[in-house]
Design a protein around this ligand. Sequence first.
Ligand code: AMP
Length: 332
Amino acid sequence: MRLVLIGAPGSGKGTQTKFLIEKYNIPQVSTGDLLRAAVAAQTPLGRQAKAVMDAGQLVPNDIVIGMIRERIMRPDAENGFIMDGFPRNLEQAEALDRLLANLGRPIDAVLQINVDFDLLMQRMVGRLTCLSCGTLFNSFTNPPSIDTQCDNCGGTLHHRSDDNEETINRRLRVYETHTQPLAAYYSNKGNLHVIDGQGTVEEIKKRIKSALRGMRSSRIKLQPVTQQPAAKAVNTRPEVIRTQVSDKQKPAPRQKKREAAATNPVVRKRSKRTVSAAQTAYRAQLKTLQNELKTVKSELRDVTRTEKLLAREVEKNEAALEKLTEKEASLK
Ligand code: AMP
């Protein structure tokens, strides 16, 4: 299932994404998170993006499109994804359509979560996120028991630097100008679902569920096996991981896989399913190619046989012609 969530900052996209991840067993792809990770790791891209983000403006399209191109090519996105915070303008939406068309994996549904701007301001100014488990609190509407500590896991609560009144205002204006027009773009394509984003988390979840009820992921048409060109120096994931974990601490890839599978059955189930879906697709493609090869070989055999027969005929006719020419000469 390939889903796109659009909505103003603070509209609850991130919160609703959590149940969608579990329901469809697909990863969340958030350009905001990818950019924040790059900022935290102080990569060149992160340093460049920080000023733009703090100002509440949009990071240049080529950077975020490059990030998305790289992200959706990873194996865990093969069965789908939930785009959160991307696309944010028309150019990004068109780029995403092109990327997905090349992969034969179109968007299944776009959910637009609508919330009043006044309410959004209140939500964001008070927003607190747990750095360990991602649980969201709000110092006005849903405060934690201890100011800076997560009720869920005891982790540290963090208030985003761009969640201040001035920047929020700018981000809302940017949303209105650049992102809001995407509703018309997707509505014209027939896959837009507008969700009322006001109410409790559970109420909004129900609305999303009913919008997606009965929906199946559109079929993957096999493409010739080609690779997309790698993103230009915008690969944030390895940069983030490398700067946070030293090589000594880092488990070997195989060990890492085993650990993930042992502790998280969902990971194990998903990776198996991903592999088998990819294998089935490649097997089908291999079978088609083998059959084509058989047909071509048999045609080649027929052509060779015909060529030999024709060559023999030509020889016979040449001999007959020679005899006739000799006869004709003797008659003269
Ligand atoms: P978010 O967490 O989605 O609200 O994103 C935080 C900030 O990251 C935004 O205010 C932008 O500066 C930047 N950002 C996130 N996604 C995009 C995007 N698709 N295009 C451009 N800038 C983005």
